[in-house]
Design a protein around this ligand. Structure first.
Ligand code: IPD
Ligand code: CA
Length: 270
């Protein structure tokens, strides 16, 4: 069994190669390959090509591990480890040329289910800035090798809070209704468009907190570990782990203040 640090290094090496390919394809022009859950939920040719590169590279170094990718789905392994991959998180930013998108790669132990898995290592690379966020369980979080720590005690009214919206119009209207309640209680709200980077931003102190409903496993697998290892509390709806129902990430004291507001709204939504 490789160490968590070795797994993190594999994730980083592959994520950097994938980021270079995504960046190159962006410079050549982006083509939409298909729409998924709604007309605005797009997949580009680059998403597919980058995921293929990641899948092949991981299979070459870890042939017995499983795989769960946004574009190519799952593949069972025999080692008990699964790689959870978003080849281009922030696809809409990628399509428009907004420089906030990322390759996100995590490796988890147990079933490929956020409710039960243990994340061992992860890497999130922004191809435009060249920033590589990494973490291994118990080994801390880093940005290009520098240790990361969440912000210290921030009162709710001074907190800069990130969030995101789903692709379904009815769902995003309900999400926006909660933001309308929250925005007067905090410093401000950011919708950056890339869940993995939102979580890394909490880790590095560029955001104080982040929450979102409707995330897929590959959106948060690596970023949630990076935020946790930088000192954030990352939780889900009620007693659940962070997952599709809800993810909330913040430094401990701020979490105590923000989480009840988010829980109140989202537990009524079930
Ligand atoms: C999306 C982004 C976005 C978040 C959505 C995700 P995609 O992932 O992370 O910030 O709000 O929930 O689905 O589709 O760009 O890979
Ligand atoms: Ca994503």
């Amino acid at each position: 069994m490789p160490s968590n640090a070795e797994l993190r290094d594999i994730a980083l090496t592959v994520a950097r190669r994938a980021a270079d390919l995504a960046h190159l394809r962006r410079s050549e022009g982006v083509e939409i390959a298909a729409s998924k859950s709604s007309l605005t939920d797009i997949v580009t040719r680059a998403d597919r090509e980058v995921e293929h590169l990641v899948r092949e590279a991981i299979a070459a170094s870890r042939p017995r591990d499983g795989f769960l990718g946004e574009e190519s789905g799952g593949g069972e392994g025999t080692s008990g480890l699964t790689w959870v991959v978003d080849p281009i998180d922030g696809t809409v930013n990628y399509f428009y040329g907004i420089p906030a998108y990322a390759v996100s790669i995590a490796v988890v132990e147990g079933d490929a289910d956020p409710q039960t898995w243990t994340t061992l290592a992860g890497a999130v690379v922004n191809p435009v800035s060249g920033e590589a966020f990494t973490a291994s369980a118990g080994g801390g979080a880093r940005l290009n090798g520098r240790e990361l720590h969440v912000n210290g005690d921030v009162p709710l009214e001074l907190a800069l809070v990130g969030t995101g919206f789903g692709y379904d119009a009815t769902i995003r209207e309900r999400q926006a209704a909660f933001v309308a309640q929250l925005i007067g209680k905090v410093r401000d709200v950011r919708r950056i468009g890339t869940a993995s980077l939102d979580l890394c931003n909490v880790a590095s102190g560029r955001l104080d907190a982040y929450f979102e409903r409707g995330l897929n496993p590959w959106d948060h697998a690596a970023g949630a570990l990076i935020a946790r290892e930088a000192g954030a509390v990352v939780g889900g709806l009620g007693d659940l782990q962070a997952g599709a129902e809800l993810l909330v990430a913040a430094p401990p004291a701020l979490y105590q203040k923000l989480n009840p507001l988010v829980q109140d709204y989202y537990s009524a939504w079930r």
